[in-house]
Design a protein around this ligand. Structure first.
Ligand code: PEP
Ligand code: MG
Length: 583
């Protein structure tokens, strides 16, 4: 029988495929006596050979997709797999205790982990994670478990998980992960943002322990409406397949109409459209959409799914590549925004009780100025290959902005002394995403070359609503009059100081808000490239004159529902945006 579930759609599109449950939790390890040690060792050898094959394949795939730096980790895993000492240890312990290989492997892994964790050297502790990864793969084969690995999903599926971190999402096997159903999170959690960037339909807020959601059952997932249908009838499948085709043809049509140059309002005012990128493969998407630059490069993704910091050289190569591909269009490199819902184990060996208010983004960088300087040197060096702008995240005071700029000045001085070229006129700006910075936007504007409004965080901090907590997602409200007033305050300060002000939060890619944002004085919009065609089309049917009148009227409204009612009454704006869906 068909079962309908209602969640929140956070990445549009329709997926129809069987369920694949994913969980990061550990295996149940059986313990039983054995008599045939050589038989157990033969089982181990078969598992080793399967894992060897698996790792070689992933190494090659990762190398082709994102390069040696990210692929290298699998070579390390292969070395651990082939470690003779580990096998000898296993054989000796099995001979002595006469217990099954899974149990011995697990106890050896625990012993090694304990030993390595007691060593002060950070590198040893990092190797533990690699060892556990390899042991995990071996156990999966020994136990015949179907627990999936995200990098290598066996067949096209819809991934169902209690939670997925941004780094999990960044490793997804894109050919096989057709959709995502995640219990926790919100439209502006970074996993949802990445799902949109990678064009994977996603729904959040449905309990994954729901009995009908068993592995292998067919489901339909609608990432726009948030509907999930379990065991759909043939008729329902056909209906959604037709809808899938219709959406594809709408997207194809919009793509065909993508022209070079800026978008333009019906009364002839150009609007700059830029893309947000996280992973290198998104550069291709951006170029296809004829963007006029990258308004937000979330560089922290370079720090995910690895065990050590990326070197200056590696970062330089990555940034220079994007700069050269986009040149002469500008690329805005945001310095790493680690913390919040983006955890990087080798930089954060502590637990923040409240990570969104903790040692995140610029705070983490200023607490580690040497690590920060390496990133800034790499960014400066990349500026010799195109047009680079540098932007600081989560600035909350003028002191913080000055401190960040002082580290940048140090990096410039070092490069000058070393005779390494960079663009001396490179622009430096700030994200405005903390209310304290927005309220002081006039002072900030005097010390910045540009602003970029990070509405995802601005809304979170202004309304005191954790952006990754699904239980309060209904309170996360872009149409809140305070949010709109604050955006206006920032655009006005930018205009008074004659600096550009763009928006790179999710509101920028939501056509429901386009007219309002232009009316409020935003001069450019940066978004997931998949949203560009719809926003371009929306801009072409608006006039700036009407948009300004609309903004004036909206600034007088007292409640979010009044704001939304007015927005809904605008021609061509008959639906709510992704941020406020289901609210
Ligand atoms: C924002 O906060 O609006 C933003 C664009 O940055 P991020 O989503 O990476 O926090
Ligand atoms: Mg932010």
């Amino acid at each position: 029988m068909e079962v309908y579930l209602q969640g929140m759609g956070v990445s549009p599109g329709i997926a129809i495929a069987p369920v694949l449950h994913y969980s990061r939790s550990a295996f149940e390890i059986p313990k039983h006596a054995i008599t045939d040690v050589s038989g157990e060792l033969a089982r181990l050898d078969r598992a080793v050979s399967k894992v060897r094959h698996e790792l070689n394949e992933i190494y090659q795939k990762t190398l082709d997709a994102v390069g040696e730096a990210h692929a290298d980790i699998f070579r390390v895993h292969l070395m651990i797999l082939e470690d003779v000492a580990l096998r000898d240890d296993l054989a000796a312990q099995m001979e002595e205790e006469k217990l099954n290989v899974e149990f011995i492997l697990d106890s050896i892994a625990k012993r090694y982990t304990e030993m390595m964790n007691n060593i002060q050297d950070q590198r040893f502790r990092e190797r533990t994670a690699d060892l556990l990864d390899v042991v995990d793969r071996l156990q999966r084969h020994l136990l015949g478990s179907n627990r999936p690995m995200l990098r290598q999903i066996p067949k096209p599926s819809i991934l169902v998980a209690r939670d997925l971190t941004p780094s999990d999402t960044a490793t997804l096997d894109l050919d096989k992960a057709l959709g995502m159903l995640v219990e926790t999170g919100s439209p502006t959690s970074h996993s949802a943002i990445l799902a949109r960037a990678l064009e994977i339909p996603a729904v959040i807020g449905i309990s994954v322990s729901n009995k009908s959601l068993s592995s292998g059952s067919l489901i339909i997932l609608d990432g726009t409406s948030g509907v999930v249908i379990i065991n759909p009838s043939a008729e329902t499948v056909e209906k959604y397949q037709l809808e899938q085709q219709r959406l594809q043809s709408v997207q194809d049509h919009l793509l065909q109409n993508i022209q070079a140059g800026p978008a333009c309002t019906a009364d002839g005012n150009p609007v700059t459209l830029e893309s947000n990128i996280e992973l290198p493969l998104e550069i291709k998407h951006s170029l296809k959409m004829n963007v006029q630059g990258v308004g937000l490069y979330r560089t922290e993704y370079l720090y995910f799914n690895r065990d050590t910091l990326p070197s200056e050289e590696e970062q330089y190569q990555a940034y220079a590549h994007v700069a050269a591909e986009l040149s002469p269009a500008p690329v805005t490199l945001r310095t790493m925004d680690i913390g919040g819902d983006k955890f990087v184990k080798y930089l954060q060996n502590y637990n923040d009780n409240n990570p969104q208010l903790g040692l995140r983004a610029i705070r983490l960088c200023l607490a580690n100025p040497d690590i920060f300087k390496v990133q800034l040197r790499a960014m400066l060096r990349a500026s010799a290959h195109g047009t680079i702008q540098i932007m600081f995240p989560m600035i909350s005071s003028i002191e913080e902005l000055r401190e960040a700029k002082a580290v940048l000045a140090k990096a410039r001085k070092e490069l000058d002394e070393e005779g390494i070229p960079y663009d001396p006129d490179l622009k430096v700006g700030s994200m405005i995403e903390v209310p304290s910075a927005a309220l002081q936007a006039d002072h900030m504007a005097a010390e910045c070359d540009f602003f970029s409004l990070g509405t995802n965080d601005l809304i979170q901090y202004l309304l005191a609503v954790d952006r990754v907590n699904e239980k309060i997602a209904h309170l996360y409200e872009p149409a809140h009059p305070s949010v709109i007033r604050m955006i206006h305050m920032v655009t006005a300060a930018a205009a008074a100081h004659d600096i550009p002000c763009s928006i790179c939060g999710e509101m920028a890619g939501d056509p429901f808000y386009t007219e309002l944002l232009l009316g409020l004085g935003v001069s450019s919009l940066s978004m997931a490239s998949v949203s560009i065609p719809a926003i371009r089309a929306r801009i072409s049917e608006l006039t700036l004159a009407e948009a300004r009148k609309l903004a004036e009227a909206i600034l007088q409204k007292a409640t979010a529902s009044e704001v939304k009612t007015l927005l809904q009454s605008r021609p061509g704006n008959g639906r709510e945006g992704v941020d406020s869906e289901n609210t």
